[in-house]
Design a protein around this ligand. Structure first.
Ligand code: ARG
Length: 702
């Protein structure tokens, strides 16, 4: 089977099958604690505040810490460095000298040092008669202890995380680097070629890559940004293959998949389809419209909102396509079938019944009880607290300020609190446009009011409907003109002399605070239901594993490093249609559209194409993207696609819409992973960017 995001320390269970499929490596070549192995070339890209969450993956491709990842992974960073004068989004960016590489404070790169199954240690403190709360508490405590012990006296960081919905526990130890610089990126006309139209779509023609570099202190260890830092000397870097791929070739991917929900039940699936996906799609359609209006009107706004727009659009389309795929593939039917088999198995023995009899009931009743709140909660997340941007900004600043003025807060940490507020504000106002925000406030709050039952209307919504007679534009205008959270000068003036009394009358505060109150209320009321569902899930998965003891089970993704293996593979997306396994530059030319649009093709690329100036990367054409049947999800973006010999053949960057249900139920025949061919990457770095410094750094295998 090609399903499975496997844990590196347990590859012993997979390696025979991998070798049978063509892999020439041993399990030790891939993951070893004692000697250099593939895992040493894989990085999880993250944010300093959330050490164990990885928004993307990347691979080290030189002995100087050069990292290859996706353009859409570096998008936020590229956007942050862009201005109307230096528009790296539109024009691309290349550092021809290391001193020109651009630092990105807050971005981190993690490399796994080792991992270990610690289920026995955790189970040792659990008792059967514990309540869920007690259970959570002792698991938290023992996890903390295990992690602390694992890194004692080192500069490493460790987490203990559960697998199989709370049935197993693993310790993962990382080295986390804090100085990650931008090295190069093609223009977005190439890096994001096809835009939202082609997003989640095969056949694809996108150069979705950028390059970064990991730096260390002079001692070779993680250090915050400093001019004195030096490029990382990695334990291993991947050789880059320019040999190309054939249908059927062995291919594996290592990276940090974010979340999958393969054990989701029919009850949870219904909520995902009818509530989460449906509402997310509807709300974001409006949100994107408002942002686009502002972006089209002004070049500065276009750059400011580019990254926010792209990330909003990504799961906007995903939600929509996922619902279509779930229906087409009858995922609900599949889930119900598994649940029937489980029930039959369970009922066959009284001991099983005693252990697992309540599992599905807990889940079913949990979702039923939660349903009335779920709609409000989804609207609250999408249109309320995180619809416009000032509400959450106001809540964050206010909470920190409250702590700042709290008598119990020690003087010595107050300075840091004020700095945090200032950083938060600088970041917020950097990519802020007054009109866009005003329109977002009006549109989003109105959407909440129109779609959520009155019972769950926050005070601010009630107030607008009454005092403003439902005139959301009028309210938004007032927030825009009066609040400290919608104007940098007003905010700075306030912060110079903060006054909580004044703050409480601020319309932006009133809005944020009121939304947050309802959000917390909803969270509190559904707490018990979520706990029951989690308990049901734990029992259900435990039972499933007991029911099929010979199956090699793969845990859901949870932002820990995994390996998936399979083949380069074409597919049939629908009746009578065949999709080949690779695309070429010819397809880029075929798709060409107007300048400034999603399908713009740079003149230089056309010139190279018609002159067949392909260098060593292609004879008659250049291979652009190819597909494999690997099992990946969001977070895997930027992961290396590795051949049977441990060489880099591609970089994973997307999945196909026909199998968008795959995070919930893997689709053997349909699910494909869309990858950038290394030859297209090399061609661009060499011929488009003429960055010979980077070509010379890599170990290219021709
Ligand atoms: N769908 C891709 C993912 O989530 C992101 C693709 C970004 N490209 C784009 N045109 N929006 O991994």
């Amino acid at each position: 089977a090609d399903e499975g995001m496997w844990l590196l320390s347990l590859l012993g269970k997979n390696i025979e099958q991998m070798q049978a499929q063509g892999c020439k490596l041993t399990a030790e070549d891939i993951y070893s604690v004692n000697k250099a192995s593939l895992k040493d070339a894989i990085v999880g890209l993250g944010n300093a505040g959330r050490p164990f969450w990885h928004f993307c993956s990347g691979e080290i491709i030189s002995d100087k810490g050069l990292v290859l990842t996706n353009h859409h992974c570096g998008f936020g960073v590229i956007q942050k460095h862009s201005t109307v004068e230096h528009d790296y989004l539109s024009n691309g960016f290349w550092a021809y000298d290391m001193k020109d590489e651009l630092p990105n404070p807050g971005i981190t790169a993690s490399i796994l040092q080792r991992m270990e199954d610690v289920t026995d240690k955790v189970n040792a403190v659990l008792k059967d008669d514990m309540t869920e709360a007690q259970r959570a508490e002792v698991i938290g405590a023992v996890s903390k202890q295990i992690a602390a012990e694992a890194v004692k006296g080192t500069n490493l960081q460790a987490q203990v995380i559960d697998m199989f919905e709370g049935n197993q526990f693993f310790l993962l130890v990382y080295k986390i680097y804090q100085d990650v610089r931008l090295v190069g990126a093609p223009p977005q006309s190439m890096g994001k070629f096809g835009g939202d139209t082609d997003n989640w779509v095969w056949p694809r023609h996108t150069a979705d890559f950028c390059m970064m570099r990991v730096y260390t202190g002079p001692d070779g260890e993680p250090a915050p940004y400093s001019q004195n830092n030096i490029p990382l000397k990695p334990k291993h870097h991947l050789p880059v293959s320019a040999k190309g791929v054939q249908d059927g070739d062995f291919a594996m991917i290592m990276g940090f998949p974010g979340t999958t929900d393969r054990f989701l039940t029919s009850f949870g699936l219904k909520e995902t389809m009818d509530v989460t996906n449906d509402i997310r799609y509807k709300v974001r359609t409006e949100k994107l419209r408002v942002m686009k209006e502002g972006m089209d009107a002004d070049p500065k706004t276009r750059i400011q909102y580019a990254s926010k727009y792209a990330s909003c659009a990504n799961y906007w389309k995903y939600s929509h396509e996922q619902n279509i795929a779930l229906k087409n593939l009858n995922t609900m039917g599949e889930k119900e079938k598994i649940e029937r088999e489980f029930t039959t198995w369970m009922n066959a023995e009284s001991a099983r019944k005693a252990k697992y009899g309540k599992a599905l009931t807990l889940i079913k009743e949990g979702y039923e009880a939660m349903h009335p709140y779920n709609e409000a909660m989804s609207y609250m997340q999408e249109a309320g607290l995180q619809g416009a941007e000032s509400p959450l900004f106001a809540v964050r600043v206010t909470n920190t300020l409250k702590a700042y003025f709290d008598e119990k807060t020690p003087e010595m940490i107050k300075g840091r609190m004020m700095d945090a507020i200032k950083d938060n504000a600088t970041e917020f106002f950097k990519d802020y446009n007054k009109d866009v925000e005003k329109n977002l406030i009006a549109t989003m709050l109105k959407m909440y009011s129109d779609n959520v039952t009155e019972e769950w209307h926050p005070e601010v919504i009630k107030m607008i409907n009454k005092k403003y007679k439902g005139n959301y534009d009028k309210f938004a205008k007032e927030v825009s003109e009066k609040s400290i959270f919608t104007d940098q000068a007003r905010f700075d003036a306030f912060l110079a002399k903060p006054d909580m009394k004044k703050l409480e009358k601020d319309p932006g505060y009133v809005m944020g605070n009121s939304l947050f109150e309802t959000y917390q209320k909803l969270g509190g009321l559904t707490q018990e239901m979520r706990t029951n569902i989690a308990k049901g899930d734990r029992l259900f998965v435990k039972g499933l594993m007991e029911m099929q003891p010979d199956k090699v089970w793969a845990p859901n993704a949870n932002s820990t490093i995994r390996l998936t293996y399979g083949n380069v593979k074409s597919y049939k997306p629908k009746d009578a249609v065949f999709y080949d396994y690779y695309t070429t530059l010819t397809g880029v030319m075929e798709k060409e559209g107007p300048k400034g649009g999603e399908f713009e093709v740079p003149q230089k690329l056309k010139d190279l194409y018609y002159a067949k100036n392909f260098g060593r990367y292609g004879a008659d054409n250049i291979s652009v993207n190819f597909i494999t049947n690997n099992d990946i999800t969001g977070g895997n973006s930027g992961s290396p696609v590795i051949n049977a010999y441990g060489e880099l053949i591609g970089t994973a960057f997307d999945g196909n819409s026909e199998a968008m249900s795959g995070d919930i139920d893997f689709e053997e025949n349909l699910q494909r992973c869309i990858n950038l061919d290394t030859r297209y990457m090399l061609f661009i770095v060499d011929k488009m960017a003429n960055a010979q410094n980077l070509i010379n750094e890599m170990t290219i295998v021709y």
